[in-house]
Ligand binder design. Structure first.
Ligand code: PLP
Length: 401
């Protein structure tokens, strides 16, 4: 692990020695290579060195999104790129199809409503992704083509459920409906396979602080030709997020406003790390870490929030604690005694769920240690479970290696 700084004391207890285990599903561990690359003075954002950097980053991001189309970089957290996706393509009163399939899906719905969009909302129990058959039925019944966009979060970070994007695309195609397809890849990009072009996505939204191993503060839109065309007539007000404004500078590797220069140095290094490991190896590593985690959860006799094995996330696992027990009390013990941060249950899952992040700069021994820490925390918090989950995960990892 490259984050070597012991966690600062969060109460009056002395600082703890050794690693702080950051096992939340983002922000993730920032590799030393990235931190060192960012530890540089600023350069002139209108000079030739920066222009070369900008052009290199746009190309590098295309490789990660698997697209030959344009990619925009915003100095913002992921929420900014959500907003950019909406304001560049849609007009007030436009109807959109969205899914209440987790905390982040619900926040994107809230944003769409705040922009005056008419949201047709499909509810679910937050334990599965959007159903491709429902997408098909909703679009098929919209003969007047009032629905302008279908919005899906690829990897719901709040519940560890990965939507089946290719199947949803096929469902849209069967209806021949012209709605644009918007996909949030914030906690899947650079952790799980994602194919903007091949999967026919019109706007992909990404963020820096998860699979890309960077600090929060950069976010992305990959944009299809259809989305670009839609942006020419879209009427929602926009300025800071305007793709056209970006495009006018991006061609020369520059930005219309002062970019987060050190973040971009870090992005260059993170892209190099992903290239060095190879994206397919990165995805295989995440798959292995995800399976190891699920092996432990099963052996503990606990239940994952994700109810459909086809939709297990490879970057985060959300786990129910048994009825009558408090996941936050267990997380507090793990933090205080073992210097490990686990993700909390969000919104309707508050206190009922804890989340184990296994994305970004994470390897077999890091997840093995994290799972050992979870097992100790379960015991210390008096949460009923069968012992041996961490051991079962070790066995799995040894066999997988
Ligand atoms: N979408 C997903 C899937 C997320 O996990 C998050 C944050 O964790 C967001 C959107 C919001 O991104 P940010 O907090 O960077 O604004």
């Amino acid at each position: 692990m490259s984050t070597t700084v012991a966690q600062a004391s969060f109460d009056n207890s002395p600082p703890q020695a050794g690693w702080h285990f950051l096992q939340i599903p983002g922000p993730t561990n920032i590799p030393g290579r990235v931190l060192r690359a960012m530890d540089r003075p600023a350069i002139d954002q209108r000079g030739p060195e920066f222009a070369r950097l900008g052009l290199e980053l746009f190309e590098g991001l295309k490789h990660v999104f698997k697209t030959s189309e344009e990619v925009f970089i915003f100095p913002a957290s992921g929420t900014g790129a959500w907003e950019a996706a909406i304001v560049n393509t849609l007009s007030p009163g436009d109807k959109v199809l969205m899914f209440d399939s987790g905390h982040f899906s619900a926040l994107w719905v809230r944003m769409a409503r705040q922009f005056g969009l008419e949201v047709e909302l499909v509810a679910n129990d937050w334990r599965r992704g959007p159903d491709p058959a429902v997408v098909e039925a909703k679009l098929a019944e919209d003969r007047a083509h009032r629905i302008k966009g279908v919005f899906v979060v690829h990897n719901e970070t709040s519940n560890g459920v990965t939507a089946r994007i290719p199947e949803i695309r096929q469902a849209i195609d069967r209806t021949k409906h012209p709605a644009l397809f918007f996909v949030d890849t914030i906690s899947s990009l650079a952790s799980m396979d994602y194919r903007h072009d091949e999967w026919g996505v019109d706007v992909s939204v990404g963020g820096s602080q998860k699979g890309l191993m960077l600090p929060p503060g950069l976010s992305f839109n990959a944009v299809s030709a259809r989305a670009r065309k839609a942006s020419e007539t879209a009427k929602l007000p926009r300025c800071y997020w305007d793709w056209q404004w970006m495009r006018e500078s991006n061609g020369a590797g520059q930005f219309p406003y002062t970019p987060g220069i050190q973040h971009l140095f870090g992005l260059k290094e993170a892209l190099a790390m992903l290239r060095d490991e190879g994206l397919d190896n990165v995805f295989a590593r995440h798959q292995r870490l995800g399976e190891a985690t699920r092996t432990a959860v099963k052996a503990w006799g606990l239940e994952t929030v994700c109810a459909d094995p086809r939709e297990f996330s490879q970057s985060v696992t959300a786990v129910f604690v048994p009825e009558g027990h408090d996941a936050d009390a267990m997380r507090a013990i793990v933090l205080k005694r073992h210097n490990m941060a686990l993700g909390s249950g969000l919104a309707r899952f508050a206190k009922r769920v804890f989340r184990i992040g296994h994305m970004g700069d994470c390897n077999d021994l890091m997840i093995a240690a994290a799972l050992a820490g979870v097992e100790m925390g379960l015991k210390e918090a008096g949460i009923p479970h069968r012992p041996g989950g961490a051991h079962a995960a070790n066995d799995f990892l040894a066999r997988a290696a």
